[in-house]
Design a protein around this ligand. Structure first.
Ligand code: IPE
Ligand code: IPE
Ligand code: MG
Length: 249
């Protein structure tokens, strides 16, 4: 109760009604860099600093789950130098942050397609998940090589396999069954989704999981995103009336 009151005073956030899970499309790194005459990669580098800030802020606001989109299944279409730069930054981030994340009791998970990734990145992911698997103070989910349609297709394939093996009947297939085959099986659906960088589209992010998420779009480029922006987004979320198709009195 005390912590909740403190939160109210410092941020204008109702501490008793914070979203449990926030998902973020961290967009605008390239444009942030262009506007400063810097390389796109420098934008991505500053994006990591923004992720660090946002994670810390999310924890002070008592959020439990943060899902961030770092690389999409479509981002392979970018020039090779940028793709390689993003892979290198990902390696750097895990190497540098894992110990501290673990010390802070953070459970780190990755969602997305694992098959197309370099072997060293795969083993880093597995290692990080293994090391932090028993942590439960906060859940950081990094969507890497993630695409919403790809996630659904892979889920459907696993279900089809079970039907073919005779362990499942087509009439047993329901929303719950499909959900637990998605790469987000162990996390609740996001309550809100923030997209930075000014675009107002989903771009194939968590298509299934965002069904009832409150969507918040901001012009702020991701490298500029900070605690105040997060507080503002949560305040905005708290003004929304979540009806789930029903009527609220
Ligand atoms: C988001 O920033 C990061 C990734 C997609 C990897 P962008 O690189 O898309 O930046 P903009 O949208 O071009 O400014
Ligand atoms: C979405 O941003 C992917 C990530 C932030 C990782 P993009 O920049 O790739 O999306 P589009 O191309 O604007 O739709
Ligand atoms: Mg972009």
């Amino acid at each position: 109760m005390k912590a909740v009151k403190v939160l109210d005073q410092i941020s204008g956030i109702d501490g008793a009604a914070v979203p449990k899970h926030i998902a973020i499309i961290m967009d605008g790194n390239g444009r942030w860099a262009n506007a400063r005459g810097l390389s796109r990669l420098e934008g991505h580098r500053q994006g990591i600093a923004a992720l660090r800030r946002t994670l810390e802020a999310a924890r002070t606001f008592n959020i439990r789950y943060l899902t961030v989109w770092a690389f999409s299944t479509e981002n392979w279409r970018r020039p090779l130098t940028e793709v390689n730069g993003l892979l290198a930054l990902f390696r750097h981030y895990i190497k540098k942050e894992l110990v501290e994340l673990h010390q802070n009791g953070i459970n780190l998970q990755f969602i997305g397609r694992r098959t197309d990734l370099p072997a060293d990145i795969l083993s880093m992911m597995n290692h990080a998940e293994q090391v932090t698997k028993d942590n439960s103070s906060f859940y950081l989910i990094i969507a890497f090589n993630y695409g919403g349609r790809d996630d659904i297709v892979r889920s459907v394939k696993r279900i089809a396999q079970q039907v073919q093996e005779g362990v499942l009947l087509p009439e047993d297939i329901n929303e719950e069954l499909l959900s637990i085959q998605l790469s987000t099986a162990s996390v609740p659906d996001p309550d809100m989704m923030i997209r930075t960088g000014g675009e107002t589209r989903i771009s194939n992010f968590l298509l299934w999981q965002l069904s009832y998420a409150e969507l918040i779009f901001t012009e702020t480029y991701w490298p500029d995103f900070n605690k105040d922006d997060l507080a503002y987004a949560i305040q905005e979320y708290q003004k929304r009336d979540r009806r789930y198709g029903a009527l609220n009195s």
